[in-house]
Design a protein around this ligand. Structure first.
Ligand code: G3P
Ligand code: MG
Length: 253
């Protein structure tokens, strides 16, 4: 078996994935962004999921509403009924005016309609790690049931990952890190992860080989230059998450 063939077995998912839905081309974490990535031929998408004040999982990156909507205040203190009325598109451009903050269940529905695989990043508000991990995992089990490929649930929060594991152990998990900690192997074993999701700047060829030798896949973010993407694929990296959808397309090699 060639190394590339092994890599495909280790990571039977799309090789290039659109970051936050549509990368830089659409307002992040919206259904419009997910649809745009799919129209451009992407077969996989990454997005961030946090709990609204009422416990409903929604797509959003920041703990506060200011940057990516016309709302104010904290996501964790705002019920979904209020979030759903906000505009999460106008900050990006006029053409996306009226685009809502989606509920996670609506994002899953769109992904399934479009045949997209998802890397669902569990993004807890401060102090909500366990609750968010549990809620996103349970919602994922229900909403992705019967899909050809379940999502990979990833998080910077090991508490959230452990919570996801406790309620839905069958869903694959990815350990998300900015820097690769010295005890990465122990952490991944404890959380029973399938892959390390790391900032591409944290990786080198030797580490990539060690991670693969230990039997884990490698997803890197956020890879926006073709030269970097080629280098990472040369190290056997299994998945690239990109903001540059027009530069690093879905069939980039
Ligand atoms: O999941 C990879 C990447 O999305 C992690 O960083 O801040 O863009 O959610 P962030
Ligand atoms: Mg993310």
């Amino acid at each position: 078996m060639t190394p590339r063939a092994e890599s495909q077995v280790r990571w039977p998912r799309p090789r290039v994935v659109a970051h936050r839905g549509g990368g830089r081309l659409a307002p992040e974490n919206t259904l419009a962004a997910i649809r745009l990535g799919a129209r451009m031929g992407f077969r996989g998408v990454e997005f961030d999921v946090m709990l609204a004040g009422c416990g409903t999982p929604v797509l959003i990156h920041d703990e506060t509403l200011k940057r990516t909507s016309n709302g104010r205040g904290e996501v964790a203190r705002t019920p979904y009924a209020e979030l759903a009325r906000l505009d999460a598109g106008a900050w990006f451009s006029r053409s996306y005016r009226g685009e809502p903050i989606p509920a996670y269940e609506d994002a899953v529905r769109v992904c399934r309609e479009l045949g997209l695989w998802a890397n669902v990043e569990i993004k807890p508000s401060t102090g909500y790690d366990r609750r968010t991990g549990e809620a996103v995992a349970l919602a994922s089990r229900a909403r992705w049931a019967g899909a050809p490929q379940p999502p990979v649930l990833s998080s910077f929060s090991t508490v959230a990952l452990a919570a996801a594991r406790s309620v839905a152990p069958e869903l694959p998990r990815g350990l998300l890190v900015g820097r690769i900690p010295p005890h990465w192997h122990e952490l991944m074993r404890d959380l029973d992860c399938v892959a390390l999701h790391c900032n591409h700047r944290a990786l080198n060829a030797r580490l990539a080989a060690r991670i693969h030798d230990a039997g884990y896949g490698i997803l890197t973010w956020t890879v926006n230059e073709r030269r970097t993407a080629r280098k990472l694929l040369g190290w056997g990296v299994d998945c690239l998450v990109t903001d540059a959808l027009g530069t690093i397309g879905p069939s980039f090699r």
